[in-house]
Ligand binder design. Structure first.
Ligand code: NOJ
Ligand code: CA
Length: 558
């Protein structure tokens, strides 16, 4: 149970090191049967593309049976496939084909909550005394409320809508906790039976041969055992922040027991039955922005780093400024270097919950962000469509589907970043033969695989080139990182070094052209965020960067 008892002196090379993981939101990647919703057969039809792009692994967001209130993050059966997405046999075939092509496949695992439609919840809610009575978090009304007008036991909020996280059940005459939508009741992780059932579900997929898991919403696995109110958030600004941000969630989430729960899950992956295949899990936890490094380190210290790493989400939240990145990379990688040698960074710059990179930064910076992400240490996780420079889609009010946006009117929610993958110039972008579940984005006629694969300067060419470099140069996949001191405030420069070879990455965060020199010989230019493939090798030691440009070089000592 205690992962700290596992202290290797060195670490065997594992597949996630240097890996490029491609996240697929299955509803939106490829529809194979003309119902406007992506599915597993559709993913299988597109494996040539993923192989050519060069990704090492695929992570598929949930495809479990689900009433789809939160599009699959409300699971009603952990050991099956929703008919919308196909069958277990479709999954088996997909897995075999992915692995047959030398790629890995990890799946989403949603431990914090089930759907209200899960059998466990249906039984649990049916009486005060049943086999599953204690599998969810049930509470009596607040002691100050009257039986005629019960009120919730505390002020905790639901992260999707910002309303009370408690829902009244007229049969049990109790509230149940839902840290997300009311259709997603929280499981009671203190209950050993619950943990055992979830471990069995993990084993089910490991036995089928999956290469690991992305673990959803782990901060909510452990809350204050005395259920005290969450404190008010002094930084909350009405109209700017979401309802949910009114409070700090220090009692409703993030209690230390969560590391023990994750350590138990990690133990399954490290079990002799599976460990040879090196299954790996990446945990989803957005750290407190005041102290992200400490928050990340808690995961490395608490959960066996041979088989687990927390997502590093700074690419989603740090301002695009050289100083912010310089400080973060130094403090994070210094702290990581002090940890167990198995600890692996895991950088995500986009996902199905956050605005797309090209919409946050504009194209020029988005291309530089690609150079940065694909030259950072550890595993990197890219979201489908990033490689095309896909932008947030415009969703007309009558087409809004996200329960978060529906629950908090006026917010854009997460639909804009879940629009169909853009394959071709056809009306439905080659995603489907019929109108898709969400409209295609306005940029899809020019930003798609068909057009971009014929353009050597496109986003797609840039990503393909960078992924190839990452695979070709061991310093980019396995090397250490050293952030360099430079006299240029808008420049971030770092060296990636493995054995006796180094690559230099230089990023211009400013709007002016900058020429900078470094105490290295520039042996070869490998990539530019603007021109993709460099026109020629550098003739001297000066790096010239256009506004917001970044470049990668092979360097040697002068
Ligand atoms: C995080 C997931 O990424 C998000 O899409 C989901 O709504 C919540 N967890 C709840 O499962
Ligand atoms: Ca379909």
């Amino acid at each position: 149970m205690d992962s700290r008892s596992f202290q290797p002196h060195h670490c065997v090379r594992r597949w996630p090191e240097g890996a490029v993981v491609y996240q697929i939101y299955p509803r939106s990647f490829q529809d194979s049967n003309g119902d406007g919703i992506g599915d597993l057969i559709g993913i299988r039809q597109r494996l040539n593309y993923l192989e050519a792009l060069g990704v090492s692994a695929i992570w598929i967001s949930p495809f479990y049976p689900s009433p789809m209130v939160d599009f699959g993050y409300d699971v009603s059966d952990y050991c099956n496939v929703d008919p919308i997405f196909g069958t277990l046999d479709d999954f088996r075939m997909l897995l075999a084909e992915v692995q047959g092509r030398g790629m890995r496949l990890i799946i989403d695992f949603v431990p914090n909550h089930t759907s209200v439609e899960h059998e466990w919840f249906k039984v649990s809610a049916s009486s005060l005394d049943n086999e599953y009575a204690d599998w969810y978090i049930w509470k009596d009304p607040h002691p100050d409320s009257s039986p005629e007008k019960p009120s919730p036991p505390n002020n905790w909020l639901d992260a999707l809508t910002g309303r009370s996280a408690w829902e009244w059940n007229t049969v049990r005459k109790q509230y149940y906790l839902h840290s997300f939508h009311k259709a997603q009741p929280d499981l009671n992780w203190k209950n050993r039976e619950v943990r055992r059932a979830m471990h069995d579900a993990m084993r089910f997929w490991l036995d089928l041969g999956v290469d690991g898991f992305r673990i959803d919403a782990v901060y909510w696995l452990a809350k204050d055992p005395s259920f005290r109110d969450d404190p008010l958030n002094p930084e909350y600004v009405e109209g700017i922040h979401s309802f949910y941000d009114r409070l700090q969630h220090t009692n409703s989430s993030g209690w230390p027991a969560l590391y023990a729960y994750l350590a138990e899950m990690a133990e399954i992956l490290a079990d002799d039955a599976y460990r040879k295949r090196q299954p790996f899990m990446i945990t989803e936890a957005y750290p407190d922005q005041h102290n992200p490094v400490e928050a990340y380190m808690a995961f490395y210290e608490g959960v066996n780093p041979e088989v687990a790493a927390p997502f590093n989400f700074e690419g989603l939240s740090l301002p695009w400024q050289a100083a912010s990145w310089r400080d973060f990379l130094r403090s994070f990688h210094d702290a990581l270097a002090d940890q167990d040698p198995c600890c692996l960074a895991s950088y995500a710059f986009g996902n199905h919950d956050k605005p797309r990179i090209a919409s946050r930064f504009g194209d020029t910076i988005a291309r530089s962000a690609a150079v940065m992400q694909l030259t950072l240490p550890g595993m990197i996780c890219m979201y489908y469509g990033e490689e095309l420079g896909m932008t947030n889609g415009g969703i007309p009010p009558h087409k809004v589907r996200d329960p978060g946006a529906i629950g908090e009117p006026g917010t854009i929610g997460r639909d804009p970043m879940r629009t169909p993958m853009q394959w071709t110039t056809e009306t439905f972008t080659g995603f489907s033969t019929t109108a898709p579940w969400l409209p295609v984005t306005a940029t899809s006629s020019t930003r798609n695989v068909q057009v971009e694969s014929g353009d050597e300067k496109s986003f797609l060419s840039l990503y393909t080139h960078l992924i190839k470099l990452r695979k070709t140069y061991p310093c980019l996949s396995y090397g250490t990182i050293t952030v360099l001191d430079t006299q240029y405030s808008d420049i971030l420069a770092y060296l990636r070094t493995f054995e006796d070879r180094s690559c230099l990455v230089v990023i211009n965060f400013g709007p002016k052209e900058i020429s900078c020199d470094f105490p290295f010989t520039l042996d070869q230019e490998l990539a530019s965020s603007i021109s993709v493939m460099p026109a020629s090798n550098p003739a001297n030691a000066v790096v010239v960067l256009a506004p917001y440009e970044s470049k990668v070089f092979v360097v040697s000592p002068k």
